[in-house]
Design a protein around this ligand. Structure first.
Ligand code: TYD
Length: 238
């Protein structure tokens, strides 16, 4: 049976990475095979594109070119990591996915919606998330959390944008959530991480029946030819 595909979305400092990792851990305790991954990145090719994008090297080319690069990274991530995992029955928990392009490059970066939709059609196709958790936080709070996390290091390409940019991101996520309530759930990201994690878990169980999976034997990943070790279920991202 195909695994489930769960994505986390939200602005800077909303705690997506922490929550994605906590969810992956909880799913594993049920015996579910889980891939924890992120965008941009999650496959060797996509990680190379990540460095170009987050260093700001593509910024002079404009938001449309950046959208195309994010899409190129996503295509590789889907082909090399996400689809093979889902096909062998693993669950995929991904920190950011196509909604980030819709919001950062589309709604806020002003790339035409037809371009964003076309890129999504050719990259994502039918591999849409079964569930998207959107962590919602006032932009000021998210930015100050992100700055604290950096401990004095320079902001990356998007963290460095001004407050209005980040407030617009938040609005754009809410518009997507309202338009696709069957896929998206908004969770307030101000409470402490363990409380958010409990809320995420309640949503995952209600929407995807994670707790039911406990009664089914986990799907064994096929061993690669000649390999004696079990296939790894964590994508190493640098
Ligand atoms: P990252 O270091 O992964 O930070 P975060 O914790 O915010 O996820 O940075 C990824 C950055 O790339 C983030 O600022 C959002 C941006 N981004 C886009 O602009 N478009 C996209 O499609 C994706 C996946 C990310």
């Amino acid at each position: 049976m195909r695994g489930k595909f769960i994505t986390f979305e939200g602005g800077e400092g909303s705690g997506k990475s922490t929550q994605a990792s906590l969810l992956a851990g909880r799913l594993r305790t049920l015996g579910i095979s889980v891939i924890l991954t992120r965008e941009p990145g999650g496959s060797p090719g996509a990680e190379m594109v990540r460095h170009v994008l987050l260093a700001g090297a593509a910024k002079p080319l404009g938001a449309e070119a950046e959208a195309i690069l994010f899409a190129a990274a996503r295509a590789d991530h889907l082909e090399k990591t996400i689809r093979p995992a889902l096909e062998r029955g693993a669950w995929v928990v991904c920190d950011r996915f196509a909604d980030s392009t819709r919001v950062y490059q589309g709604a806020v970066g002003k790339v035409d919606d037809t371009v964003i939709r076309a890129l999504e059609r050719v990259t994502v196709g039918d591999t849409r998330p079964d569930l998207t958790i959107m962590l919602d936080l006032p932009a000021e709070l998210g930015l100050s959390r992100a700055a604290g996390r950096r401990e004095g290091a320079a902001a990356d390409r998007f963290e460095g944008e001004e407050l209005a940019f980040h407030a617009a991101l938040r609005d754009a996520y809410r518009v997507i959530a309202a338009a696709e309530p069957e896929r998206c759930v908004v969770i307030e990201a101000e409470p402490p991480p363990h409380r958010i994690s409990d809320e995420v878990w309640t949503v995952v169980c209600a929407r995807l029946g994670a707790a039911q999976v406990e009664t089914e034997p986990p799907a064994a990943p096929p061993a690669p030819a000649g390999a004696s070790e079990p296939a790894r279920d964590v994508v190493a991202v640098p």
